[in-house]
Every structure is written in C-alpha cells, then in structure tokens.
Design a protein around this ligand. Structure first.
Ligand SMILES: [Zn+2]
Length: 140
C-alpha cells in the first residue's frame, strides 16, 4: 500500500537539500521500498556538469548501498527555486533515471508519482514511462 501523501511530502522535504548553484532547478525524490522504508534524494550539481546526479538516482543509490533491492514507488517533485508547491509544471524523471529504475524495479508494478503538491499528482507505471525498456533480460 502506497501512502502517496506521505511519499510526496518526503519528496518535498528532500528538495530542501538540493545543491543546484548552476540551474537553480530543485528536485526532490522519495523512494518507497517494499518493506515500507523511504529513501530520500535531491539533485546534486557539479561545476563540471557531467558529475551531476539527479534526485531519483540519489535516492536509489542510497537505498541500494544500504542493502535494499525491492521497491514499490517513487515520488518526484521539481521546480525552479522560488516556485511554490502547486505552482509550476510537473517534473518527470529524466531518461537516465528511468533506465536506472528499470534495472531495479518491476516495469509493470513500480509506480512513478510526479507531483506538484500532495493534492495534485500524476501516477504512471514504469513501463508507461519507459516502453520497450532495455534491461538485463536483453543480455541473456
Ligand atoms: Zn534523472
């Protein structure tokens, strides 16, 4: 069972820790594990740009580095600095993050919740966001 309101609140909480001196575009993510634990992530930029890490991957890598392997859902919020909750556009995960999700999540059941606020959000399966995903099965 997914507590969407809590997961979105945790994503907004994580957004406060973004390091975004170059884009001023702040993204927060909250990843729900099957055991109920939640891992938060924020985007972390770098002057060399390429080492920048997205909020979603930060949350995944934190969880995986602590032994988690089974995931239920992720909530993602994102906007330019200064935009209030409920304003701005929905912030969907980038293609790189979708690919990382495909490595660890069931395409048909993992949920991606893209929120403007706890009341206004979109919800997709990973398969909807990444059709015909390239996964480890392709390498068999
Ligand atoms: Zn990303």
């Amino acid at each position: 069972m997914i507590n969407r309101k809590l997961l979105i609140e945790k994503a907004f909480e994580a957004q406060k820790f973004c390091y975004t001196p170059y884009s001023n575009f702040n993204v927060g993510a909250a990843l729900l594990c099957d055991d109920g634990e939640i891992y938060q992530g924020c985007n972390i930029e770098n002057a060399a740009y390429t080492p920048t890490n997205c909020a979603e991957r930060t949350a995944f890598f934190k969880a995986i580095s602590e032994g988690k392997k089974d995931f239920t859902a992720i909530a993602v919020v994102g906007n330019k600095k200064g935009i209030q909750q409920g304003e701005g556009d929905f912030c969907a995960p980038c293609a790189v993050c979708r690919q990382v999700m495909a490595e660890f999540c069931d395409l048909k059941t993992f949920k991606v919740i893209i929120a403007k606020s706890t009341a206004e959000y979109l919800e997709y399966t990973l398969e909807e966001l990444l059709p015909l995903a390239f996964t480890g099965k392709n390498l068999d």
